[in-house]
Design a protein around this ligand. Structure first.
Ligand code: FMN
Length: 212
């Protein structure tokens, strides 16, 4: 699946993605891991033609935003830590804390809250991490379902927030076009050799360096 996935630049404008396909796609997407299972993300599926037009303007005029069946705004959630109590209770219920007491649950919830509450940088970084892992899961799941995607960072975050009416707790981390592939057959750009991106034990020991 990973070998087939491409960032699809051209879409068939006449093929929609059904509600059932979206349900399947997001069920798979939300299986992505997130720190403490906070799921620091929300998705806005933009598919109304007028909304797509406005989103395209916010996304540097990228044509595929209007051409694809929809564009998903992957939002990071800065307030996910507010679920700490519920999350700690579920962890306890499912046995992750072993023998658990009310005191232990309260302590765990407090630890989770403290990690983010007064640390907006960490809350934002965590939201980007979780949203990005979910975004990749979405793209792989879409590929598996015969759908094409393209991740995009070419957009004005304030304009996207305005178009999709986000509140202060959410920010657009990425856009992903979703639909059926159009006429696009440019080859994939090369990846760096593994010796440049993988090191063993420490930086400066490239993968494969000790092979004879
Ligand atoms: C975070 C991110 C932002 C990207 N932004 C855009 C974008 O705004 N427009 C676009 O056409 N492609 C965008 N891409 C797609 C990349 O150009 C593409 O993934 C890369 O060239 C590798 O091609 P491949 O995914 O087909 O292997 C983005 C990819 C990532 C991961």
């Amino acid at each position: 699946m990973l070998r087939q996935r491409r960032s699809m630049k051209v879409y068939d404008p006449n093929r929609a993605v059904t509600e059932e396909q979206l349900a399947e796609l997001f069920e798979l997407t939300t299986l992505a891991p997130s720190a403490w299972n906070f799921q620091h993300y929300k998705f806005i599926v933009v598919r109304d033609p007028e909304q797509k037009q406005r989103l395209r303007q916010a996304a540097m005029g990228q044509e595929k935003v209007e051409q694809a069946a929809c564009t998903i705004v992957v939002c990071g959630d800065l307030a996910a830590w507010k679920r700490a109590e519920d999350v700690a209770r579920e962890f306890a219920r499912k046995g992750f804390y072993g023998e658990s007491t009310e005191e232990k649950i309260a302590k765990q919830a407090e630890m989770m809250r403290n990690a983010y509450k007064n640390n907006p940088t960490k809350a934002r970084e965590e939201a980007i991490r979780s949203a990005s892992l979910a975004a990749m899961s979405l793209m792989v799941a879409a590929e598996d379902m015969g759908l094409a995607t393209c991740p995009m960072i070419g957009f004005d975050p304030n304009a996207v927030a305005e178009v999709t009416e986000l509140d202060d707790t959410l920010f657009p981390a990425m856009l992903i076009t979703l639909g059926y592939a159009g006429d696009f057959d440019l080859p994939r750009c090369d990846r760096l050799p593994l010796s440049e991106v993988v090191n063993i034990d420490r930086l400066g020991v490239p993968f494969g360096a000790n092979q004879t």
